[in-house]
Design a protein around this ligand. Structure first.
Ligand code: FES
Ligand SMILES: [Fe+2]
Length: 389
């Protein structure tokens, strides 16, 4: 996504010595994926988390239909509260989102009028079977805990009651009273894992975004970032840490690269972290740019892009103005469309021969082996590398 700076470099913001624990270096080899069974199985993401799904303002008295981790979900708001139903009637499978409301606090299916309690999902009336219908109270539509926070609707995708409050899955910065959030929510082709890996992928930043991205037109991107370890865990965040930055290289038999036009100035250094279930942060110049890549279905991801700052009054207004006039177009659309195009072109079952900078991807896959609420998987330890990197 962007350029990072190695620890120790002047002006570096990458954490170095304060790590709680450091992930071991993993040697890369062909088809590393099969050493990560949980990750490989997570085609539709990890269940026991809260996911930001849509803007709170877009959910009202008209049902909104979304798909998340493969589940069709109906969102509905009444008296300020947001409710989420599995969008299929337990009677004959009609989407509840085409239904209507007959009584406050309930929702009725469009086909035969089964009427469910918004809070519990329990069938409170089967209208077309009369008031004494014996099936009442015996059927329950699946509901999901849903909460509004930071202007977004967050849905708990685990079974039953949430094992953690919604705040556990929201970066603290969003919960401050003066948080200002601007952003964009779109659905894009590609499995969520390819999209999340791309966000944390180290080497693409200095090549893919070198050409054609407006925001790097006047920036000096280094030739290479050499990584000796995949990242460092601090709380829920895994931070990627290159060991060495090579501004310019003399490639044997080829010559010097990159060639730097005179207008290239300044470096675009940022700090990048990733956490479960699928969130990334890029910190730069006092603002933070967040992303979630959620499984919509096997082949589609929902890209939640949120730019965050803090302030009120004029400061908040200027932040919003800058987002709508520049950052949205330049970063959230033009820059990130370069990533989207790569993800669209990348086959999940394609070849995989990782190289040194992919230590960041390996570290993320390791983190995915320990999702919340799941038994430890019998992950096979990485074997000795087939060859030395
Ligand atoms: S399908 Fe919903 S009430 Fe019959
Ligand atoms: Fe990128």
């Amino acid at each position: 996504m962007a350029v990072i700076q190695a620890p120790g470099e002047r002006g570096s913001k990458v954490p170095s010595g304060r790590a709680d624990r450091t992930l071991p270096r993993t040697d890369m080899r062909q088809r590393d994926l099969h050493t990560f069974p949980r990750y490989e199985a997570a085609v539709l993401g990890f269940r026991n988390y809260w996911y930001p799904t849509t803007w709170s303002r877009s959910v009202g008295r008209k049902p909104v239909r979304v798909r998340l981790l493969g589940d069709p979900i109906m969102l509905y708001r009444e008296r300020g509260r947001v409710y989420a139903f599995y969008d299929q009637c337990p009677h004959r499978g009609i989407p509840l989102s085409v239904g209507r409301q007959e009584f406050a606090g309930t929702w009725s299916c469009r086909y035969h009028g089964w009427t469910f309690d918004l809070e519990s999902g329990i069938l409170t009336a089967a209208l077309t079977d009369g008031p004494d219908s014996p099936i009442c109270g015996k059927v329950r539509a699946r509901t999901y805990p849903a909460e509004d926070r930071a202007g977004l609707v967050w849905i708990w995708m685990g079974e039953g009651e949430p094992s953690v409050p919604v705040e556990a899955d929201i970066p603290e910065e969003f919960l401050k009273p003066d948080a200002v959030v601007c952003g964009r929510i779109t659905e894009r082709p590609g499995n969520w894992r390819l999209a999340a890996e791309n966000g944390y992928d180290e080497a693409h930043a200095t090549y893919l975004h070198r050409y054609g991205a407006f925001v790097t037109t006047f920036q000096k991107l280094p030739a290479a970032l050499i990584t000796k370890q995949g990242g460092t865990l601090e709380g829920p965040w895994l931070w990627r840490i290159p060991d060495q930055v090579i501004p310019e290289g003399d490639y044997p038999g080829l010559g010097k690269w990159p060639r730097r036009p005179f207008w290239k100035r300044g470096r675009m250094w940022v700090k990048i972290g990733i956490r479960l279930p699928c969130a990334m942060v890029i910190q730069r110049k006092g603002t933070a740019n967040y992303a979630w890549w959620e499984a919509v279905d096997e082949d589609t991801n929902r890209y939640v892009q949120l730019w965050l700052d803090h302030g009120s009054g004029l400061k908040a207004a200027l932040f919003r103005l800058k987002y709508w006039l520049y950052r949205k177009w330049a970063w959230h659309i033009q820059f990130s469309n370069q990533d989207a195009e790569m993800i669209r072109l990348m086959p999940w079952t394609g070849p995989e021969r990782l190289f040194r900078p992919d230590a960041s991807i390996i570290a993320w896959r390791q983190l995915c082996e320990q999702p919340r609420g799941e038994e430890p998987a019998a992950a096979s330890a990485p074997e000795a590398p087939a060859e030395q990197p």
